[in-house]
Write a new protein. Structure first.
Length: 250
């Protein structure tokens, strides 16, 4: 299948499936040989030692935060529409998570949560990472190309750093959402391109509908009245405080 007819471009598929920060087998004995750079033209993850042949290609640097892959928001927005994705500020830079993370808390129906994985979020965000937004977009629209930049512009001059983000991250303030007039801003604070406005509005409607349905189903289950049985009542009525059992003295 040609890349022009794929619901998701090949470089984007590699971005979501690749295991970054693994050691480069070509430069196994070299320092800084972690594969943390994605060449969009070659659809290949490379390390800093592999850069010379790719200097004129479009390169995207993946960073690490608490053992999870993140992208700088300013880099990600050059490639796709990142609105409705929860962003964080760490090291004075806004970042977004690339893939889903293991859940440590159960989903609470009273709070805003990710449409795909149910992770608790801050209003008005609907996705915890880029992968969750892609999954929902493919399920509802069949393709993510309407949310990608037409020219997919990315600077070829890559400013490399240590890629390690410290743990002093904070949630970004709530961002405004797109309206039918197209006068809103994205989560990064910049105006949405005109070819993204309609797609983002449609995605917002479908995602909000899915969230309301899940919230109603959760509330209906929690509202089922608990009727005590005869056994439970009998045990409660006959419960008496007994003598405490103390350990023997030796």
């Amino acid at each position: 299948m040609q890349d022009g007819f794929r619901p998701i471009p090949e470089w984007f598929d590699v971005l979501l499936r690749e295991s970054f920060f693994s050691l480069c087998l070509i430069h196994a004995s070299a320092k800084k040989n972690e594969r943390n750079i994605l060449c969009l033209d070659c659809c290949l993850s490379i390390c800093t030692q592999c850069l010379p042949p790719h200097r004129k290609h479009r390169l995207l640097q993946i960073r690490r935060y608490v053992y999870h892959d993140v992208l700088r928001l300013k880099d990600a927005e050059k490639l796709m529409d990142c609105s409705l994705v929860q962003s964080y500020t760490t090291n004075s830079a806004k970042v977004v998570f690339l893939k889903q993370r293991p859940l440590t808390r159960l989903f609470r129906s009273s709070r805003n949560a990710c449409i795909t994985c149910h992770r608790n979020l801050q209003d008005p965000y609907l996705f915890c990472c880029i992968s969750c937004k892609v999954q929902h977009t493919l399920a509802t629209q069949g393709s993510i190309r309407a949310h990608l930049s037409v020219h997919q512009t990315l600077e070829t001059s890559l400013e490399l750093d240590d890629c390690q983000m410290t743990c002093d991250s904070v949630l970004d303030p709530p961002a405004s959402l797109p309206t039918s007039s197209g006068s809103t801003t994205s989560s990064g604070g910049q105006g949405l391109p005109s070819h993204w406005t309609n797609s983002t509005t449609t995605l917002l409607c479908t995602a909000t509908t899915a969230f309301v349905r899940k919230k109603r189903s959760t509330l209906s289950i929690s509202r089922v009245p608990h009727r005590p049985t005869a056994t439970t009542v009998g045990v409660t009525a006959n419960r008496r405080k007994g003598m405490p059992n103390r350990s023997p003295f030796y």
